[in-house]
Design a protein around this ligand. Structure first.
Ligand code: NAX
Length: 345
């Protein structure tokens, strides 16, 4: 049997973790033959809740769970880990300024970046989920000097999955027929601070997307042709994707958790096991200057994955409309980056 993979989940007593831990334990992230050792970290005041989560992992009697390290100690949590799901973050309180949120999170992810450098496997794959996810990933990467930039990523897969599902519904096909919708840029902090559409900077792009076996078997149709309504794409679809998180909060009185956990599983499974042939997914990763995105920003790009490595897909056509949105998301990420880095010294 394969040696177990050590997987860290931070924010392990929180909502998203409560779904994702059980998906990992049942083999959905690394496949049905890959054992795991779960490293679970939360803060001291959540220690009791974390014990309850461990009881439930025990009670699941998962054959793939080879061990559980549940702790509030950062060193024990990060020791020897090969995968890090950094979900815990400082939440936005009522009336909290964006600057304060960035500051609180800079200190959390600074400490976790240092812990990755000091204790994790050199090939650790890091996925930051806690918001502001792109900038928290940047802070983590900056502090984990010595680890390759390609080890770091942030989650935009939930935005991608939301977009796929909305297109499928519009065209009237199963979601697995819709391919290659791209999310560019920031998972977006501004959406958390105010609800104005124009300040939402994640950019869903259907210009490379197509529908498989549509309208008949063995035919593929560009999404723009199948939808045939550019006004709907610009004025309904894009804002719907951008504001879906707020819509879930309004309905559930809690933020997205099961769908976020599903996206975490999709992101990491594709990174470790590879994307399907011909299929593009979106991951926020360190820019190498592709598509004129400033080098070093953690930016959501179209990628494919093979052999545990992601590669940015080159040469996709970007319309002027999407480019203008990409320019805004770059501006926002640069501002977040400057603010976060100013708190690190
Ligand atoms: P919860 O508030 O339910 O859980 C967060 C947990 O993190 C809590 O148990 C808390 O004690 C813990 N925590 C806080 N600071 C910590 C630290 N320094 N070390 C370890 N644990 C710590 O939030 P949940 O709904 O699970 O969401 C977690 C994060 O994901 C939030 O920041 C949220 O904004 C973000 N999201 C990001 C998404 C994305 O697509 N990138 C989508 C879903 C989600 O909104």
């Amino acid at each position: 049997p394969a040696a177990p993979i050590r997987v860290l989940v931070t924010g392990a007593a929180g909502q998203i973790a409560y779904s994702v831990i059980f998906m990992i334990a049942s083999g959905q992230m690394f496949g049905p033959h890959q054992p795991v050792i779960l490293h679970l970290l939360d803060i001291a005041k959540m220690a009791d809740a974390l014990k309850g989560v461990v009881m439930e992992i025990d009670d699941g009697a998962f054959p793939l769970v080879a061990g559980v390290v549940a702790t509030t100690d950062i060193k024990a949590a990060f020791m020897g880990i090969q995968v890090a799901l950094l979900i815990g973050a400082f939440p936005r309180g009522p009336g909290m300024q964006r600057k304060d949120l960035l500051k609180m999170n800079a200190s959390i992810f600074k400490e976790q970046g240092e812990a990755l450098k000091n204790y994790a496997s050199r090939s650790v794959k890091v996925l930051v989920v806690g918001n502001p996810a792109n900038t928290n990933a940047l802070t983590t990467m900056t502090q984990a000097s010595g680890l390759p930039a390609s080890n770091f990523s942030a989650l935009t897969r939930l935005d991608q999955n939301r977009a796929l599902s909305m297109i499928a519904e519009k065209v009237g096909v199963n979601v697995n027929k819709v391919k290659n919708v791209i999310i560019w840029g920031n998972h977006s902090l501004t959406q958390l601070i105010n609800r104005f559409l124009c300040y939402n900077s994640r950019v869903p792009d259907v210009n490379s997307a197509y529908i498989q076996n549509y309208p008949s078997p063995s035919v593929i149709t560009p999404v723009s042709t199948a939808v045939n309504d550019e006004k709907w794409i610009r004025e309904q679809f894009i804002p719907l994707v951008q504001n879906r998180g707020a819509a879930v909060i309004a309905a559930r009185k809690l933020s997205s958790a099961a769908s976020a956990a599903t996206a975490v599983v999709c992101h990491m499974r594709d990174w470790v096991l590879g994307t399907k042939d011909g299929e593009i997914v979106s991951m926020a990763v360190c820019s190498d200057g592709s598509y004129n995105v400033p080098k070093g920003l953690i930016f959501s790009f179209p990628v494919t994955c093979r052999g545990g490595e992601w590669t940015i897909v080159q040469g996709l056509k970007i319309t002027d409309f999407i480019q203008s949105k990409i320019d805004l998301t770059i501006k926002e990420l640069n501002e977040e980056k400057e603010a976060a880095l100013s708190f690190l010294n």
